[in-house]
Design a protein around this ligand. Structure first.
Ligand code: XLS
Ligand code: NI
Ligand code: NI
Length: 436
């Protein structure tokens, strides 16, 4: 079989003293942290769209990257070779999972029936490769945002004909995800939003988006798909105002339309920062509301302010993310999917390996740092002390609902001013630095 990444044989764990740039210094898949292997905690996935299909083009310029699997004239031959290259990359890197959009793995044909036939052909091949390699599908999704038919949205399109097209694509994408044993299925509302209210019926569009998701829940039951459904929030890009703005927004939407029991969220770091939140904030909001599902691991650039989808290497970010994920009970169906692409100038195959290795090591370190913070109760103690009043009689009576306004007023009349106490932020930041 053709080797598409001959520069790398197998990425291995060599430990923190290794100087080999193609080895893990911290990610040791079998090593146990808090009773579970690092591989089981982190559940790394490679994304097909950026890693296999991303060729460096941006809004200002054409592709810069040439890949040997992308040269055949026939699009289906290209798709097959890309799939072979993908599984070679996944196995050489040593991840357990992958993620894809339907249109990443097979090119669209002239009509839906032909397009679906192409998908079936590639999915059969993918299934064989999954069996051969032990790779698993973390989640599948549909691309209902690139094709011109979706220029005004998919589920929120003003034309029901387009709604029907989106539904047909999702139907098939859910079926192939099921066929490949996917642990989940993601809805990222690519163009579900608007650019101007001058031409937009906002209420109707939101109702339609809910209808599309309700039909997806029906179809999930119909085909017996046992995976988790996720919504991936993002505040803007490509539309000015995306409906799934952030975790809070999605949670309200899911509750209003009685969908909350069927969905969890897929939190992307760069989308969090676009929404003027930290990555950790979005994760913490999900944990607090029982809706944390999976993670698109990447990072943005605060100076650029768009979805730069860079590989995550910031240890503060990975540590605090893993801290919140561990405190929330860890991943079940979800994992860390690298929704990230190498920079336009990183044109060599080996750059793809460097990018993933560095990010996997950054999350492995984050995991170990988070585990120590939890085991030594570093932040727990501080938080517990800060809220200690709530475990005293007054706090208990308020929390149990016993105190009405009159009772609270009586307490103040008898006890006067509260004592002011330091939040100790600087001290905690210093302590955190000792762990990083
Ligand atoms: C784009 C999104 C996309 C989803 C999958 O910004 O992150 O890649 O993860 O459709
Ligand atoms: Ni994403
Ligand atoms: Ni993104």
């Amino acid at each position: 079989m053709t080797e598409y990444f001959p520069e790398v044989k197998q990425v291995k764990y060599e430990g923190p003293d290794s100087k080999n740039p193609l080895a893990f210094k911290h990610y040791n898949p079998a090593e146990k942290v808090m009773g579970k292997t690092m591989a089981d905690h982190l559940r790394f996935a490679v994304c097909y769209w950026h890693t296999m299909k991303g060729l460096g083009s941006d809004q200002f310029g054409m592709d810069t990257i040439v890949r040997s699997y992308n040269k055949a004239a026939d699009p289906m031959q290209r798709a097959e070779q890309t799939l072979q290259a993908a599984f070679e990359f996944f196995t050489k890197l040593g991840v357990q999972f992958w993620c894809f959009h339907d249109r990443d793995i097979a090119p669209e044909a002239d009509n839906l029936a032909e397009t679906n036939k192409r998908l079936d052909k590639i999915v059969a091949l993918a299934k064989k490769m999954q069996d051969q390699t032990g790779l698993k599908l973390l989640w599948g999704t549909t691309n209902a945002f690139s094709h011109p038919r979706f220029m005004a949205g998919a589920g929120t399109n003003p034309d029901p004909h387009v709604f029907a097209y989106a539904a047909s694509q999702i139907k098939k994408a859910m079926e192939i995800t099921h066929e490949l044993g996917g642990a989940g299925y993601v809805f990222w509302g690519g163009r579900e939003g608007y650019d101007t209210l001058l031409n937009t019926d906002l209420k109707r569009e939101l109702d339609h988006m809910a209808l599309l998701l309700q039909r997806a829940v029906d179809h999930k039951k119909k085909i017996g798909f046992g995976g988790q459904l996720y919504i991936e929030p993002k505040p803007k890009e490509p539309t000015k105002h995306q409906y799934d703005f952030d975790a809070g927004n999605c949670f309200a939407f899911l509750q209003k339309y009685n969908l909350v029991e069927h969905f969890k969220l897929n939190i992307e770091a760069n989308h969090a920062t676009l929404a003027a939140h930290t990555f950790q904030h979005e994760l913490a909001f999900c944990v607090a509301n029982g809706i944390l599902g999976s993670v698109d691991a990447n990072r943005g650039d605060l100076l650029l302010g768009w979805d730069t989808d860079q590989f995550p290497t910031d240890l503060y970010d990975t540590s605090m993310a893993m801290y919140t994920i561990l405190k929330g009970g860890g991943f079940t169906t979800g994992g860390l999917n690298f929704d990230a692409h190498v920079r336009r100038q990183s044109i060599d195959n080996v750059d793809l390996f460097y990018a993933h290795i560095g990010s996997m090591d950054a999350f492995a370190r984050g995991l170990k740092i988070a585990a120590r913070l939890i085991e030594e109760k570093v932040l727990d103690k501080a938080v517990q002390e800060r809220y200690a009043g709530w475990d005293q009689p007054l706090g208990r009576d308020i929390e149990s609902g016993k105190m009405d306004f009159a009772g609270l007023e009586q307490y103040i009349l008898e006890n006067g001013e509260p004592l002011l106490r330091s939040g100790r932020q600087e001290l905690l930041e210093n302590i955190l630095n000792e762990y990083i």
